[in-house]
Design a binder for this molecule. Structure first.
Ligand code: NAP
Ligand code: G4F
Length: 328
C-alpha cells in the first residue's frame, strides 16, 4: 500500500485528491494547521479515511515531524495562501507560506530522507498566475514567467525551488502549472463560486444583485476533480518534470455570467450585476489560456468536464444548498 502526505488537505484540491488516492488504495495523511482548525469536521465528513497530522508550512520542524509520522512515498504540496486579491494586502505572509513554504517542505524531505530523498516523490502546486502578463498565447511550459501579484511572485519562487531541488539533489520533484480549476467545493471568495452562489440566491429571491470587479478578464477554467488526476499521473512517471494542466479554452467573466444566469432562466443579467473598484486588482492578469499538449502526450491526461458543464454543475449545487439551508 502506497503512502501519501497532502499539505492543504482542507482545501478544494486537497479534498478531491484525498478521494482519488483513497480510491486507489493509498494510506493518506493530511497536514492540518492550527490548534482547532474549523475545517477538520469537513475533512472528517468528506474523506473520513484520511489520517490528520498537525503542521504548518512556515514551521520546518512540524513538517519533519509530519514526514516521520506519515513516512510517505508521495508528497503533494497543495498548501498555500491561494487568493490572489488577498496577496496584495498580506504580501509578506503570502511570501512566507506560498513561497518559502515550498522551500521548507522540500528541505524537510531532504533532511528526513537523506540519501533516499529521490524515493519520496514530490508534487508542487504551481500556477498559471505565474504567467501574469502573458508572453505567449497559449501559455506552455517554456513560456517566460511574468507574475503580476505577490501570490504569483511567491509561486514563481516555489516553482524554481522545486526545479532546483530536482537538479541539485536528484529529487523526484515535479511542478504542475495548473490553470484555474473550480468545483462546488471552491471557496466563495473566487469569482466562479461567488457567481454560482449569487445566481442561486437571486433565483430564489434571497439576494437582489451581485457586485464584481473586472468583467473582461479571461480564464482557462477546468474542473478540479479532473486536475487532481493530472497531479497523481505526474508522480507515476519514471522522471520528474513540469507540466501545464489546462483545458485549452478561455472564457471571460461575462461569459461565466451568461452561462450561469441563463441556466436559471435569466437572459438579461446586466441589471443584476454591479461593479465596484473594491474588486479591481492593482495589476490584472488579462488572459490565461493553456496549451495542455505535453500533459496529453506524456501523462495521457485530458479534461473530462467542459466550461458549460462546470458552471451549471456549480449553480445546481448552490441552488440545492440554498434550498436546504433556507427551506425554500
Ligand atoms: P485552497 O482551497 O485555498 O486551499 C489552500 C490550502 O492551503 C488550505 O487547505 C489551507 O489550510 C492550506 N494552508 C494555508 N496556509 C497554510 C499554512 N501556513 N500551512 C499549511 N497549509 C496551509 O486552494 P486550492 O484551490 O485547493 O489550491 C490548491 C493549491 O493549488 C494551492 O497551492 C493553490 O495556490 C494552487 N493552485 C490552485 C489553482 C486553482 O485554480 N484552484 C490553480 C493553480 C494553482 P486551512 O484550511 O488551514 O486554511
Ligand atoms: O477567481 P479568481 O479570484 O481567480 P484567480 O485570480 O485567477 O486565481 C485563481 O487561479 C489561479 C490560477 O490561475 C490560482 F493560482 C489561484 O490560487 C486562484 O485559484 O479571479 C479570476 C478573475 C480575475 O481576473 C479577477 O479580477 O475574476 C476577476 N474578478 C472579477 N470580479 C473577480 C471578481 N474575482 C474575484 N475573486 N471576485 C470578484 O468579485
Amino acid at each position: 500500500m502506497k503512502r501519501a502526505l497532502i499539505t492543504g488537505v482542507t482545501g478544494q484540491d486537497g479534498l478531491y485528491l484525498s478521494e482519488l488516492l483513497l480510491s486507489k488504495g493509498y494510506e493518506v495523511y493530511g497536514l492540518i494547521r492550527g490548534q482547532n482548525n474549523p475545517k477538520i469536521d469537513l475533512v472528517r465528513r468528506i474523506v473520513p479515511g484520511v489520517k490528520l497530522v498537525t503542521g504548518d508550512l512556515t514551521d520546518l520542524s512540524s513538517l519533519l515531524r509530519a514526514l516521520n509520522v506519515a513516512r510517505p512515498d508521495e508528497v503533494y504540496n497543495l498548501g498555500a495562501i491561494s487568493f490572489v486579491a488577498y496577496s496584495w494586502e498580506n504580501a509578506h505572509l503570502t511570501a512566507d507560506v506560498t513561497g518559502k513554504g515550498v522551500l521548507n517542505i522540500l528541505e524537510a524531505i531532504r533532511l528526513y530522507a537523506g540519501e533516499d530523498a529521490d524515493k519520496v516523490r514530490f508534487y508542487q502546486a504551481s500556477s498559471s498566475e505565474m504567467f501574469g502578463k502573458v508572453q505567449d498565447v497559449p501559455q506552455r511550459e517554456s513560456t517566460l514567467l511574468w507574475p503580476r501579484s505577490p501570490y504569483g511572485v511567491a509561486k514563481v519562487f516555489g516553482h524554481y525551488m522545486t526545479i532546483n531541488y530536482r537538479e541539485s539533489y536528484g529529487m523526484h520533484a515535479s511542478s504542475g502549472i495548473l490553470f484555474n480549476h473550480e468545483s462546488p467545493r471552491r471557496g466563495p471568495e473566487f469569482v466562479t463560486r461567488k457567481v454560482s452562489q449569487a445566481v442561486a440566491r437571486i433565483k430564489l429571491g434571497l439576494q437582489d444583485d451581485i457586485t464584481l470587479g473586472n468583467l473582461d478578464a479571461k480564464r482557462d477554467w477546468g474542473f478540479a476533480g479532473d486536475y487532481v488526476d493530472a497531479m497523481w499521473r505526474m508522480l507515476q512517471q519514471d522522471e520528474a518534470d513540469d507540466y501545464v494542466v489546462a483545458t485549452g479554452e478561455t472564457h471571460s467573466i461575462r461569459e461565466l455570467l451568461d452561462v450561469a444566469f441563463r441556466h436559471v432562466g435569466i437572459d438579461d443579467w446586466e441589471p443584476l450585476v454591479k461593479q465596484d473598484p473594491r474588486f479591481m486588482r492593482p495589476a490584472e492578469v488579462d488572459l490565461l489560456i493553456g496549451d495542455p499538449s505535453k500533459a496529453a502526450d506524456k501523462l495521457g491526461w485530458k479534461p473530462k468536464v467542459g466550461f458549460e458543464q462546470l458552471v451549471t454543475m456549480m449553480v445546481d449545487h448552490d441552488l440545492a444548498e440554498q434550498r436546504a439551508t433556507t427551506g425554500l
